[in-house]
Design a protein around this ligand. Sequence first.
Ligand code: SAH
Length: 351
Amino acid sequence: MKIDIFGMFVDEIAQVIHPYGLPKYRALQIAKWMYQCGVYDFDNMTNLSKDHRALLMDNFVIHTVATQAVQQSSDGKTSKYLVSFHDGSAVETVLMRQPYGNSVCVSTQVGCAMGCVFCASTLNGVTRNLSGGEILAQVLYINRLLQQEQAAVNNIVIMGSGEPLANYDNVLKFIRLCHEEYSIHLSYRSITLSTSGLVPEMNQLAREGLPITLSISLHAPTNEIRSQLMPINNRYSLPEVMDAGDYYAEQTGRRVTYEYVLISDVNDKIEHAGQLAALMKGRLANVNLIPVNPVMERGLLRPDNKRIQQFEKILLDKKINVTVRREMGTDIRAACGQLRNNVVNNSPKAR
Ligand code: SAH
């Protein structure tokens, strides 16, 4: 069995190549070929000797991603990729070209176990966790596409399919790999992690000392409504999740974002806006309102624009920091899991 070195830190590469007589500085060269140059064939790592290249080919392999499907939004700003790994499982990765830079949305699991009623990623449950390397491969894939137009990935949002904190170690490894100088050297502040509210892991993350942005999927102003939308709320209730948000803000000094998917007649009423404003009062927090991307399988609808503006205004009047998410990619069904579901449902071979 050849060892896959994609997703290893330099020290880990050094450790596995050491028995073959390759010194540590070779590990750094290999890391740069993979993570900076997009070279995944040892034979093309031209600053290594022919003998070393042959040794590497005999004993190691570099697994990355292959493209299965692509969708572009009509304005050309959002591109969605279905990418597959060496075992054939596939996830979605989205590139959003925004005025402040290029953002990539990565997936952390194949499918999702959380069961949120408005989310397409969870319709078939979770298949497996992605490794740190498999999450990084999504970013580097987009980065290579951008390099062709002299651009690069500027922000990462960990908001694709999966619950990142249910795959804690691999996601943390991914975040740290992105920050390495021999990789894309991204600042932690340019990385946002979104969670459905796994309280123990949120607290653990707060103690890591990484200044990444935490985004909490709140989606309801009361414990009761949250339980109807998100089964995880029966394990970690809304007040516990908000306590963990406060702890994160306290430990990191970072403003926490609360995501709130607006669903017609479910959580978009005037009284809900008032309740949400009361919850947010006095907190180091932003609210991000997200008109729901309709998921036909679930029969949940987006409120009309008037209702969305009304909801936003109630929060603004109460001096809450609030933004309505610019809807990118609605025309390509860019909500979590929707491209994958299309392909999976239409192709007997896809998984
Ligand atoms: N599991 C994590 C991250 C993945 S979901 C989490 O729950 O935060 C990323 C964000 O997309 C979450 O806020 C999620 O609630 C939201 N989302 C899921 N389905 C959506 C839909 N149909 N329309 C709009 N946002 C959706």
